[in-house]
Design a protein around this ligand. Structure first.
Ligand code: 13P
Length: 230
């Protein structure tokens, strides 16, 4: 299983350091077949020791240059970071990242050989229209994306389940993952949206779920390590 922690705009450099110390202590006994990813905010990127992969929540598709407020490959190289989240619904919505922008970013980081956790998800209005509408919406988020990229991991995160405390049901996750797995040639597929210690076992037991991308419940090293060790 893959357990990925997306801190979003939470934690400082210092609290990230403390978090990693605590996580390392707790994860000493993690199963070898499980992998852990941590995505802290850009200001907390650094070289950290531990049994996990450090990734960036975002970057601009350039090595360096005049892109005020952004970081590029040069800044990620400093810390040996080769993993990136692309397409998160919060970036699509709040940072107005269109499918075209997302696809350009994907192609750029693919060319750089990055491992990409590519996020897709539908809003509630689409979910309420039924499964066919959901799949149509989700598949459109693969426009311009090379689903055969060997370092691709997909994360299905229904927008209405993110940060709401209300995860999708086992049935919703199961049917959506089954259909998505076919569409992405069986690439690793994570679920995200109110995953927490209380529901982690239920979620990771679903066929077609290869792991979780966790926001809120990942912010506490105790709660996240409990999920990893579940
Ligand atoms: P929550 O776990 O807070 O619902 O967030 C999920 C998410 O968006 C992870 O990328």
């Amino acid at each position: 299983m893959i357990y990925a922690a997306n801190f979003k705009t939470n934690h400082t450099r210092q609290s990230t350091k403390n978090y990693i110390v605590e996580l390392n202590e707790k994860l000493g006994v993690k199963k070898p077949e499980d992998s852990v990813y941590i995505f802290p905010p850009s200001s907390a990127l650094d070289v950290y020791e531990g049994n996990f992969t450090l990734g960036t929540q975002n970057a601009y598709p350039a090595h360096n240059g005049a892109y005020t407020g952004e970081i590029g490959v040069e800044q990620l190289d400093e810390f040996g970071i080769k993993t990136i989240l692309i397409g998160h619904s919060e970036r699509r919505e709040y940072m107005a990242e269109t499918q075209e922008k997302v696809a350009n970013k994907f192609s750029f980081f693919q060319e750089q050989g990055f491992e990409i956790i590519y996020c897709i998800g539908e809003p509630l209005a689409i979910r309420e229209k039924g499964f066919e509408s959901v799949m149509q919406y989700l598949l459109a988020q693969f426009d311009g994306i090379d689903i055969n990229y060997d370092k691709l991991i997909v994360a299905y995160e229904p927008i209405w389940a993110i940060g709401t405390g209300r995860s999708a049901t086992v049935e919703e996750i199961s049917t959506t993952h089954r259909a998505l797995k076919k569409a992405i040639n069986d690439k690793p597929l994570l679920y995200g949206g109110s995953a927490k210690p209380e529901n982690i076992k239920e979620i990771t037991s679903i066929t077609g779920v290869d792991g979780v991308l966790v926001g809120s419940a990942s912010l506490d090293a105790g709660s996240f390590s409990e999920m990893v060790l579940s």
